[in-house]
Ligand binder design. Sequence first.
Ligand SMILES: Nc1ncnc2c1ncn2[C@@H]1O[C@H](COP(=O)(O)OP(=O)(O)OP(=O)(O)O)[C@@H](O)[C@H]1O
Ligand SMILES: [Mg+2]
Length: 189
Amino acid sequence: MSFAENSQKELDRVGRLISQLLQFSRPDKVEAEELVLGTFLEECAELASMHSTVRHCSVRLDLGEDTFAVFRSSADLLQQIVLNCMLNAADALVDSAREDGEIVLFGRRDRGRVRFEVRDNGGGVSEEVAARMFEPFFTTKEAGRGTGLGLFVCQLLAGRLGGEISAGNGAEGLVVKIFLRDVGEGVCL
Ligand SMILES: Nc1ncnc2c1ncn2[C@@H]1O[C@H](COP(=O)(O)OP(=O)(O)OP(=O)(O)O)[C@@H](O)[C@H]1O
Ligand SMILES: [Mg+2]
């Protein structure tokens, strides 16, 4: 690789790193707002499709009977979590080179909580990666493509929303599960 190419990769890597950190370090309190499950996930899908890697994947929503379910949370922070997971899914689908690559955004109300899943059919992770994927700076991607902060930041954000995030292999790829508390009116996160 030439010096110029290498420098560009390093710049990309540092740029990504800074934007990941800035996303989390915004100190201002965010107020929870009323969100509609189907509308919220549709917006996530639309935003994600602006990324070149996601544009080539098909994205499907699985909302069961809960398309119009209402809950309170921070759209901004929750969106960052879902988008990060979608970018990871798209990366896995690119690597798997399968033609029927699909990202499924699953959402349900679940006894006072809201349950989200971001699923892909990109092959999932090894046991070793599964054990380490939420660690800061853990990445299996080459320099310039991943900083290893995506899931770490997602975990911090989920905690701030009063929720939890976990990931494991499903039938054909990774399943990331996000459980959120439905916070009350006027609550600051
Ligand atoms: N959907 C997925 N399928 C397969 N592996 C995944 C998936 N999501 C995450 N991983 C694995 O977990 C690692 C950590 O993910 P994380 O989002 O934290 O970092 P990254 O994607 O490598 O870099 P960054 O998100 O900072 O650009 C990835 O490098 C990859 O090995
Ligand atoms: Mg990532």
